[in-house]
Every structure is written in C-alpha cells, then in structure tokens.
Ligand binder design. Structure first.
Ligand SMILES: Cc1cc2nc3c(=O)[nH]c(=O)nc-3n(C[C@H](O)[C@H](O)[C@H](O)COP(=O)(O)O)c2cc1C
Ligand code: SF4
Length: 367
C-alpha cells in the first residue's frame, strides 16, 4: 500500500509512511502553556501508534490568555518541549512538529477582536513572533514547524475576504497575502533552508462572502513560490457563522463552517478531499511538487489508500480516528483492522475542547 510506504517531505524529512496525525488540542497543557506529564504521554501514544508524523496542537507564539494551550513565546518553554521531542525520537520512529498559532482576543462578553482592530505596529510584530517561536521549535528538537493559516485565527483572517482593513494588509488578495508572506519569509530566515516549514490553510472557508477555492488556489501558489515545504488543506472553522451563546465566548466551530472543519457523521466520508486535490492539481500544473495533505472524515486505511492512489493528496491527515485509537496506523499495517476502536464522528472530543476540558474519546471506555 502507498499509505505505508516511506515518504520524503520536499527532500528534507523522511517519514515512515504517508499518515500524519494533524493538530488536535488536548487541553493537557497548563493554563500558562507548560507541558505536563500527561501531555507527553498523550503524544508518545500517538507517535507509538505508527503515524509517520504527529503535528501537535496549536502552540501560541504570543503570551496571551488561551486556556490550556501550549506556548512557545519564550525560551522557558524549550526544555520541556525538548523532553517531549527527545522521548518521541528515542522511543518511536515518528517525526513531530508543532503547529504555531497567533490568535486574537475573544471574551465571554461576546467581544471579538478582528484583524481590522489591530494597529500597524501590532500587525508588524506578528512575523517576528512566528519567527522566534519557529527558532525555538528547532532548538527544542522538532523535525518541522507548521504555520496555522487556517480556521478562525489571525493568519486565516488576514487571508480572508472578510478582511476589510484599509491599509496594505487588507482589501485585495495581494494585500491580504502580505502578512502570510512576511511570516513565511521571517520563519524561513529564522530556521534555515534545510528545515521543513508547512502551513495549514483553508481550501474553502464555507462562509457567505468568505474565501473559496478562487482564493485558496492563488494563496497556495504564492506560498509554494515562497518555498513552503508542505501544504495541509483544511476547511471552515470561522467566527462569521458561529452561533452565539449567552455568557460564552464565540466558538468558531458551532456553525456550518465549523462542521466542515471536523465533519460529523452526517457528512459524507472524505468530504473535503476535493479541496486538497484541486489545489494539488493547480500546484503541480505550475511546476510545484510540495506535498499536499488532506483531512476530514477519512475513516479507514482503504479510503486513505484510494485518495493516494488517485493522486488526490500526497499524505493523509487522520485526526479523530487516531485520537480514538492511537494505534490505528499500526493495526492497519499489521492487518489487525478488527482490533481497531473506530471513531463514530460524534464530536464529543470537540465539545470537550470547546469547554476547555481534557480532550478524550467516548470510545475509550469500550477499549
Ligand atoms: C478536539 C479537536 C481539536 C483540534 N485542534 C486543532 C488545532 O489545534 N489545529 C488545527 O489546525 N486543527 C485542529 N483540529 C482539526 C483536526 O486537525 C482535523 O483537521 C479535523 O478533525 C478533521 O480530521 P478528522 O476527520 O480526521 O478528525 C482539531 C480537531 C479536534 C477534533
Ligand atoms: S469522541 Fe467521537 S468524534 Fe471524537 S474521536 Fe471519539 S468517537 Fe471520534
């Protein structure tokens, strides 16, 4: 199976196979963004389960209130993350990368900071924050770094058609791309040419008036042109269609766009794969061969293999099925499919994450 064949990312990083566990917030960090023993155990389990690479939950590049989310905004976070990476490397063949994120403020009062609210100084410090966090990632022993340019957060919101800034960072697609370009270039300067930099983008925002493939294709092309090493194509997860709840901060995964990020069981299998496949086709036609990752409701190795065989993506990202059974890759590889605890796409894990509770799986107790 192609799925279990070794794979090289942009001729820089060797993976055992073409399975990536994409970011899944664990809520196992401390409120100050520090690693805990439980968090290390969780990632060791994912890595031991056989995925070629594990991308961690979003890790904040900025000191900011965020609940139990990892941080990389200062050197003090390096030693514990270095313990995580060295244990993953010593105990498993998996590679590990942090997903680094910048996000804006939201409050229980319903207040939501938007990209239009940032002054120029605040915008211009963002590339530096990403570059410093990326350098710390490398120092901590990670194998790659993934830039979070998807969903509800700052970078995706700059790229979005919903960005109505009046300066050089808003309005036209050229302007909206500016910050993404500056971040990627700053990160490249800080980590060097030999280090893998990936990015996660939205293939479609699935909001009225937001980005669709008409925007995500040129965005992908521009990032490839700037030397991105892999592109992970996600979808949705926007504030624009989120459903407000009295006394709660707005949650970007409560509207239709949020369902497209983590497709529930009433959506078809491989519902977002066409987004990656069409972007991949555009990249390949333009002469770029960086790996394209697809995610969303890919339940089995057979479906994953079919996606690879058809050339719809180069690598498959399997999130909830691996949260449900971390040994999903290894059990398939060893022909032990019947032993796999199957994800039922109920999204209880996502509910826990939204409620700032430890992310677990309802299926675990049946194991
Ligand atoms: C609890 C939970 C937390 C997630 N956290 C992140 C995150 O931090 N960053 C991100 O890009 N995606 C995040 N995702 C989205 C997943 O990476 C993945 O794209 C999505 O779940 C669809 O893949 P799946 O159908 O295999 O689960 C999260 C998903 C879940 C269920
Ligand atoms: S809680 Fe539900 S959706 Fe989440 S991993 Fe478990 S079975 Fe899948």
């Amino acid at each position: 199976m192609l799925l279990f064949e070794p794979y090289r990312i942009n001729d820089k990083l060797q993976l055992e196979n073409r399975i990536v566990m994409p970011p899944v917030v664990t809520r196992l960090a401390t409120n100050e963004g520090h690693v805990t023993d439980k968090l290390i155990d969780r990632y060791l389990m994912y890595a031991d389960g056989g995925a070629g690479m594990v991308v961690t939950e979003a890790v904040s590049v900025k000191k900011q209130k965020s609940g139990q989310l990892l941080r990389l905004n200062a050197d003090e976070f390096i030693p514990a993350l270095a313990e995580l990476t060295s244990r993953v490397h010593e105990e498993t063949p998996a590679k590990i990368a942090p997903q680094i994120i910048h996000f804006l403020k939201i409050a229980r009062s319903g207040y939501r900071q938007k990209v239009e609210d940032l002054d120029l100084e605040e915008v211009q410090e963002i590339p530096r924050l990403f570059a410093e966090a990326a350098a710390r990632s490398r120092e901590a022993g990670f194998d790659a770094v993934e830039l979070h340019y998807a969903h509800a957060y700052t970078m995706a919101s700059f790229l979005s058609r919903h960005n109505h800034r009046k300066d050089d960072y808003g309005g036209s697609l050229k302007n909206r791309l500016r910050l993404a370009e500056e971040v990627l270039q700053a990160v490249r300067s800080s980590v060097g040419d030999d280090f893998v930099i990936g990015a996660r983008i939205n293939g479609d925002e699935f909001t009225t008036g937001g980005n669709s493939q008409a925007q995500s294709k040129p965005i992908a092309l521009r990032l490839a042109e700037l030397g991105l090493d892999y592109l992970s194509v996600s979808a949705g997860g926007r504030f624009e269609d989120a459903v407000p709840q009295e006394g709660e901060a707005l949650d970007p995964y409560t509207g239709y766009s949020g369902y497209r990020t983590m497709p529930p069981r009433w959506m078809p299998e491989r519902v977002n794969v066409y987004l990656a496949s069409e972007i991949k086709a555009v990249l390949n036609q333009a002469g770029y061969s960086l790996p394209v990752l697809t995610a969303g409701r890919i339940p089995t190795a057979e479906v994953a293999e079919d996606i690879l065989q058809r050339g719809e993506a180069d690598v498959v990202a399997i999130a909830r099925p691996i949260l449900c059974d971390p040994y999903w890759p290894r059990k398939y590889k060893e022909g032990r499919e019947k032993d796999i605890v199957k994800c039922i796409y109920c999204n209880q894990c996502r509910e826990a994450e939204g409620a700032f509770e430890e992310v677990t799986c309802v299926q675990w107790k049946k194991d």
